[in-house]
Design a protein around this ligand. Structure first.
Ligand SMILES: [Zn+2]
Length: 107
């Protein structure tokens, strides 16, 4: 089974109502996160762990696992979000910050 995570024919693998999440391919685990930076941190940590497992067990039967950051259920990649004309969600992204016209009011 081939999953298209990025690009024009990308498939949703998570949930639309989760703004940020980390999805583990191979385990089909979804870990919801509050922010992009938290999601990136977890994905980096998981990928480092998976790479280490791979080094220890290089048999072709060892499952291939990797973590990807999901934004509203789709694999997150800043350039792809932009190519769809979507807000990439990165707090420091200039063009997207500019179009975030609705200010968040803290009560
Ligand atoms: Zn952006």
């Amino acid at each position: 089974m081939t999953i298209h995570l990025f690009g024009p024919d990308r498939q949703r693998v998570g949930y639309e109502d989760q703004e940020w999440a980390v999805w583990v391919l191979g385990l089909d685990d979804v870990h919801p996160k509050q922010t992009l930076s938290e999601a990136l941190e977890l994905a980096a940590e998981l990928n480092a762990t998976f790479a280490e497992l791979r080094l220890r067990d290089s048999s072709e039967f060892a499952p291939v696992m990797y973590a990807v950051v999901l934004h509203r259920g789709y694999a997150w990649n800043q350039a792809v979000e932009h190519s769809f004309g979507l807000d990439c969600g990165h707090p420091d992204c200039g063009p997207c910050s500019f179009s975030r016209t609705a200010p968040k009011v803290a009560s």
